[in-house]
Design a protein around this ligand. Structure first.
Ligand SMILES: [Zn+2]
Ligand SMILES: [Zn+2]
Length: 279
């Protein structure tokens, strides 16, 4: 009887793992856009059963990736949410690292369209020529609601209003698109949302159309109360806060009290650099 019960538990556990698949999130940088003495800038490695993605390449990705001991072939694609330097400035040294550490797997890099030409030029100017690389790198423009699928794992970019105010103020003199994206990642029934930088909590709505197993959410561009109020009652199994603005980061105890009071019981944590999150 006792044995039967434990077998039953094991099976249930196995079924749960099958449903969720293997998953981990490595946080290389949880800092915001200000210079941070105690945190790296935005870079995250999402590892699913059959595909892995690097989301954003803030500095100092090259050194924190090396310190992790991970293989340089450990991810399938790079996604860059928008072109602010706290999400991109580690890119060139990281690619130099992929060259010197001899990555072999082809590397698609998905990013806002207007970044592709200057990024190519900067690689060229930095003497990282395609002929030097043992892997094929290609750039692809992110398009709203156009999913990118790798071995059945789907990443769908959604529009973020993060750069809307900047667009309104500067687009006449600086005619760019001012694109920014958040992402929904789906592997079987596992659903993970990544906010990157958003303009308002409502930007998360497309990610929350169905229940999320994990929401990785920034906390810099709005009042914490507004975000917590918006998230309360949403079908989210766990929230990890990242990109926390310095005034909030310096009062993390208060932030925790507020989150506990306002999130309606959704489990949450504030990520730190180097932390690995599993479900
Ligand atoms: Zn940012
Ligand atoms: Zn930004």
């Amino acid at each position: 009887m006792g044995d039967g019960f434990s077998v039953c538990l094991c099976l249930k556990h196995g079924q749960l793992r099958n449903r969720m698949g293997k998953f981990s999130l490595k946080c290389f940088g949880v800092g915001d856009g200000w210079p941070c003495a105690d945190r790296n800038h935005a870079a995250f490695l999402y590892r699913f059963d059959k595909a892995s993605f690097l989301v954003d390449c803030g500095e100092a990705l090259s050194s924190s990736y090396k310190a992790s001991g991970l293989s340089y072939d450990a991810f399938d694609r790079i996604f860059i949410s928008h072109l602010h330097s706290d999400h991109t400035a580690g890119f060139f040294m990281f690619i130099q690292g992929l060259w010197l550490e001899r990555r072999t797997k082809a590397l698609p890099v998905h990013m806002p369209a207007e970044g592709i030409k200057p990024f190519r030029q900067m690689l060229e100017a930095g003497l990282i020529f395609p002929e030097l690389l043992q892997f094929k790198m290609r750039f692809e423009a992110l398009r709203v609601r156009r999913p990118v699928t790798t071995n059945g794992v789907r990443v769908t970019p959604f529009r973020s209003s993060h750069l809307d105010q900047l667009r309104a103020a500067f687009q006449k003199r600086h005619p760019q698109k001012f694109e920014a994206f958040c992402f929904l990642m789906e592997a079987g029934r596992l659903r993970v949302g990544h906010s990157a930088d958003i303009g308002a909590p409502e930007d998360l709505a497309p990610l929350l159309q169905k229940p999320l197993d994990l929401l990785v959410c920034e906390l810099a561009h709005f009042q914490p109360e507004d975000l917590f109020r918006y998230l309360n009652g949403q079908a989210i199994k766990r929230i990890v806060f990242i990109h926390v603005a310095r005034p909030y980061w310096e009062k993390l105890g208060k932030m925790r009290q507020l989150a506990t009071r306002m999130l309606g019981g959704i489990p949450y944590s504030f990520a730190r650099d180097g932390e690995e999150i599993t479900l």
